[in-house]
Design a protein around this ligand. Structure first.
Ligand code: FES
Length: 155
């Protein structure tokens, strides 16, 4: 059996060899984000291994796809892919559970606001409704500014 300690949690979780960190955490009722059913597809189950990384299965390419190449350096793992392979004590940091639906809704709302406020993404009718945007010279009213037009040269 391997002892899993989670930063900020007073209780230790016991896990048997071959079990993934995600399985151990879920069996113990510890809240952890997941939406793909432990298929290394969502990347939400990421944890940071602070101690005992040698007691876990090696980092998989599927994990590097989600976590980036620095995963090994900073000790990040996908809890669904990291399996206990030896006895001892592992210490992990588990991020707060993310409400995926709320996060996607928030992201869509922010993108809609950014699109609405950007002059580059407005439609042609909106662009002309407010008139051309010009920088006015200091002390000169925009109505006093002379519009530059090319002159025809007389021969
Ligand atoms: S549960 Fe989705 S990547 Fe681990």
């Amino acid at each position: 059996m391997t002892t899993i300690r989670v930063v900020g949690s007073p209780t230790a979780i016991m896990g048997e060899q071959g079990a993934s960190l995600l399985e151990c955490l879920m069996r113990a009722g510890y809240p952890i984000s997941t939406s793909c059913g432990a298929r290394a597809a969502c990347g939400l189950c990421r944890v940071t291994v602070l101690r005992g990384a040698e007691l876990l299965s090696p980092l998989l390419p599927s994990e590097i796809n989600h976590l980036g190449s620095v995963a090994k350096i900073v000790g990040m793992r996908l809890a669904c892919q990291a399996r206990l392979i030896a006895e001892g004590e592992v210490e992990i940091d588990v991020p707060e559970v993310v409400d995926v639906v709320a996060r996607k809704r928030d992201k869509a709302r922010k993108q809609a606001i950014a699109r609405a406020s950007s002059p580059h993404t407005r439609g042609p009718s909106e662009r002309t409704a407010t008139g051309p945007q010009r920088k006015s010279e200091p002390g000169v009213m925009p109505s006093e500014q002379v519009e530059w037009r090319p002159r025809k040269l007389s021969s």
